[in-house]
Design a protein around this ligand. Structure first.
Ligand code: SME
Length: 149
């Protein structure tokens, strides 16, 4: 159950470690404990540029460390301010492939004081694995992360 990880999310965020270390630990926690979360990362708005910059992540390195707003699933979420659940990445026209193994993706925006300042991005090698429980859980993670930013 995803909700069983909530206390661990809170205990990671409640330490005094640097923010980047705490975010890295969140990525590791999710990637290691949720079987269908194969890549977990945070992207943040890059200063005042209309682009996202990769932050802490767990999983294979990606070439896509900078993503312009509007490009790919991530870039679309930067503009829409809404969760984007992709059951089948091959069915998407505006998609940036990171690995040929990825079948599905979910991106949930991260708000600080109502402003969309980044997102959490999950790639899955399992087809169509995400449901509303994932959305609830990732919204919870982002709300808690927002408190330390
Ligand atoms: N697939 C994403 C790009 C980021 S990678 O998944 C790490 C997208 O289409 O925006």
């Amino acid at each position: 159950m995803l909700s069983e990880l909530r206390p661990q999310v809170l205990s990671i965020l409640n330490t005094n470690a640097e923010v980047s270390v705490r975010l890295q630990e969140i990525c590791n926690l999710l990637q290691e404990n949720i079987s269908y979360y194969d890549w977990v990362g945070f992207y943040f708005k890059n200063g005042n540029k209309e682009e996202l910059k990769l932050g802490p992540y767990a999983g294979e390195p990606t070439d896509h460390t900078i993503i312009p707003f509007g490009k790919g699933i991530c870039g679309q979420v930067a503009l829409s301010n809404e969760n984007f659940v992709v059951p089948d990445v091959q069915a998407q026209d505006n998609y940036i492939a990171c690995s040929i193994n990825v079948k599905a993706e979910i991106v949930v925006p991260l708000f600080v004081n109502g402003e969309n300042i980044g997102q959490i991005d999950i790639d899955s090698n399992t087809p169509d694995p995400f449901n509303s429980e994932d959305e609830d859980f990732l919204e919870f993670v982002n709300k808690e992360v927002a408190k330390i930013l």
